[in-house]
Write a protein that binds this ligand. Structure first.
Ligand SMILES: Cc1cc2nc3c(=O)[nH]c(=O)nc-3n(C[C@H](O)[C@H](O)[C@H](O)COP(=O)(O)OP(=O)(O)OC[C@H]3O[C@@H](n4cnc5c(N)ncnc54)[C@H](O)[C@@H]3O)c2cc1C
Length: 451
């Protein structure tokens, strides 16, 4: 150990309410996330391991870690539960990983607005249990809600169950504000309103250490799960679009192509054959859904209240679909996109003709800027980067908007362009560029990290 590194660790050891993890196996485990869904990222990130991991239990410890990292110019990467898919929480330049799991309290609930103030390391499943006491629930959940943190979701996720109604996390009205610690000589805890929070929302922790979030919540409803059975794939798209424009409350609307259904867990595939539409609706919506099914001459099965089911359909949607496919064969990977408006079937049919069963279709209904849209998370058999790029180019040419899960940066996985406000926030709150370096394309790290 160099004397500088020893000094650095000694300083950290003096910080109160800070757990330090140095065991090689733990540090290695806590330096990884679910980037192995992408063969490209797997190759790039295999050797990326932090020097150590810390877990602060109060704001003072967070500030002290930031101050010490600043003094020694050491990289600091935030971590919630490490369920991200793009290596978001993987330290590219060693240094410290700071896991926020001890920041897990619901701080305040306002019954007038339904806003909840919650610490960033709170697991979403636990937060929902707390919210239930107030008759509320989170608007949006990733399919990893049982283990993932709310801070990791806002900093690294995008949407999921609930997006059919509430759109994406970055849509105005979902994130009302946040508190974050800055990374500079004298780190400070700052409060951000909704507008000021925007650059920190989905920035992979590159421009502030989020300690708590103020979020809008929804009224807690009983959601019922329904599976609609279709023989023709084309009908699934028409039915889902009809359902999303009907006057019913929906929490989820997804399509799984039959070859995907066959790879789902036994409880699901043993009951169902063929293409499926998966719906979560309130009890009041079921009659209308059944009526729409009748019009399209398809059958449906009401499974019951999602929360009371031993196995719910929330377990086979969003990226959990990919998880189950990969549990059968690790060569499955995936893409994420918004399908072209009103052209979804022509789009999918092009791929079915050109790529046949190399691409299998998994569709999720979402709301985009208030309008119903179809997103897709198709699964595809890995056959090298060249073929993946050809598929991506085909998608783009035909009008899809790709959120590429095979790239490391905020911009690559998101809007594809540098967000000047995110870069401005980095300059202000992390002027040395120590927070999760290498993940923001708009911030050059060439000189700093000698690359
Ligand atoms: C099977 C599977 C299904 C998934 N389904 C979905 C889905 O439906 N929707 C979706 O959006 N995502 C999905 N994901 C991705 C991921 O699970 C979610 O985005 C999840 O919310 C991330 O939370 P986390 O606590 O694991 O965050 P982590 O992976 O630990 O971190 C995510 C990012 O946030 C940063 N970060 C964490 N905490 C903080 C903090 N306090 N301050 C600043 N930055 C911070 C990290 O540095 C990292 O860049 C899925 C992943 C898998 C493996």
């Amino acid at each position: 150990m160099t004397s500088n590194k020893k000094k650095f660790i000694d300083k950290l050891r003096n910080v109160k309410n800070l757990e330090i993890i140095e065991s090689k196996s733990d540090v290695k485990r806590l330096s990884k996330d679910f980037y192995n869904y992408s063969p490209i990222l797997t190759e790039k990130l295999e050797g990326c391991v932090a020097d150590l991991v810390v877990r602060p239990s109060d704001h003072n410890a967070v500030k002290k870690v930031a101050e010490i990292c600043w003094e020694f110019s050491i990289a600091l990467t935030l971590r919630g539960s490490g369920t991200g898919n793009y290596g978001q929480a993987v330290p590219l330049f060693k240094g410290v990983v700071m896991q926020m799991s001890n920041f897990n309290k619901l701080e305040e609930f306002d019954p007038e607005t339904g806003f909840v103030k919650v610490q960033s390391g709170c697991v979403m499943g636990e937060l929902n249990k707390e919210l239930e006491k107030y008759g509320r629930e989170l608007r949006l959940l990733p399919s990893t809600w049982k283990t993932a943190t709310i801070g990791g979701f806002v900093a690294g996720g995008s949407g999921g169950i609930g997006s059919i109604r509430w759109g994406f996390l970055r849509d105005p009205g979902n994130l009302i504000g946040l508190e974050a610690v800055t990374m500079n000589e004298k780190p400070a805890l700052l409060t951000f309103d909704a507008e000021e929070s925007e650059p920190l929302n989905h920035a992979y922790g590159t421009n502030g250490i989020i300690t708590s979030l103020l979020l809008a919540t929804d009224i807690k409803r009983k959601w019922y799960s329904i599976v609609i059975h279709c023989i023709e794939f084309e009908k699934t798209v028409e039915i889902l679009k009809t359902l999303t424009s009907a006057a019913v409350d929906l929490k989820l609307g997804a399509i799984l192509e039959e070859e995907i259904v066959e790879q789902m867990p036994t409880w699901f595939k043993s009951k169902f054959r063929g293409h499926k539409i998966l719906i979560q609706s309130t009890l009041g919506g079921i009659h209308t859904i059944e009526l729409i099914c009748k019009k399209f001459k398809v059958e449906s099965s009401l499974l019951g209240e999602e929360e009371k089911l031993v196995n719910g359909i929330s377990e086979v949607v969003w990226n959990h679909t990919t998880l189950h496919m990969r549990s059968k064969d690790k060569n499955w990977t995936y893409l994420q996109m918004l399908l072209p408006v009103n052209n979804e079937l022509e789009f999918i049919n092009f791929f079915k003709k050109k790529w046949e069963k190399k691409i299998l279709w998994h569709i999720e209904a979402v709301s985009q800027q208030g309008s119903p849209r179809l997103a897709a998370l198709p699964v595809l058999k890995w056959n090298g980067e060249e073929e993946l790029n050809e598929i991506i180019e085909d998608c783009k040419k035909l009008g899809a908007f790709i959120f590429n899960p095979h790239v490391l940066t905020v911009e690559g996985g998101g809007l594809g362009v540098v967000d000047a406000d995110q870069v401005k926030a980095k300059l202000k709150f992390d002027p040395k560029g120590l927070l999760n370096p290498g993940k923001l394309e708009g911030w050059s790290i060439k000189e700093q990290f000698n690359i």
